[in-house]
Design a protein around this ligand. Structure first.
Ligand code: IDP
Ligand code: MG
Length: 139
């Protein structure tokens, strides 16, 4: 099924200068970029985005990290895009990520792990709408 998913190149990925490497990996794996922009999230925006984690002990630290510098938010489209993006990213903790996944190559820690990807159709829909209006995404 052709799906859309939200991807974020987190502030560590932008700082390391690996935007191009990450986008190339998506494209080589059949995912097309159908929306893209660079944003510097405010604390409030980061808290809203990660609201499902607000009771977690790492919530403050995670949202501080997410607004520590600019990120690239993008919508990826392709066959099974949601699961495929999660595969390409690798496990949340870079230590557990399969070889050659983005988090294996570029992640620094379980928190500073370079990329975000939606985890299900419902979350993809709400996460895309959090950053992009309908007329800002293509197909
Ligand atoms: P995911 O990004 O692989 O979907 P989630 O469990 O949804 O992982 O967590 C969201 C983000 O919160 C992670 O990508 C990571 O940046 C951060 N995070 C997750 N677990 C921990 C933790 O145990 N300590 C610190 N940060 C964490
Ligand atoms: Mg998640």
């Amino acid at each position: 099924m052709i799906e859309k998913t939200l991807s974020i190149i987190k502030p560590d990925g932008v700082k390391k200068g690996v935007i191009g490497d990450i986008v190339k990996t998506f494209e080589e794996n059949g995912l097309k970029v159908v929306a893209m922009k660079m944003i510097h999230m405010s604390k409030r925006e980061a808290e809203g985005f990660y609201a499902v984690h607000k009771e977690k002990p790492f919530f403050q630290s995670l949202t501080d990290f997410m607004c520590s510098g600019p990120s690239v938010v993008q919508v990826l489209e392709g066959k099974n895009a949601i699961d495929k993006n999660r595969e390409i990213m690798g496990a949340t903790n870079p230590k557990d990520a399969d070889p050659d996944t983005i988090r294996d190559k570029h992640g620094s820690s379980i928190e500073v792990n370079t990329v975000h990807g939606s985890d299900a159709p419902e979350t993809a829909k709400t996460e895309i709408a959090y950053f992009f209006s309908d007329i800002e995404t293509f197909s």
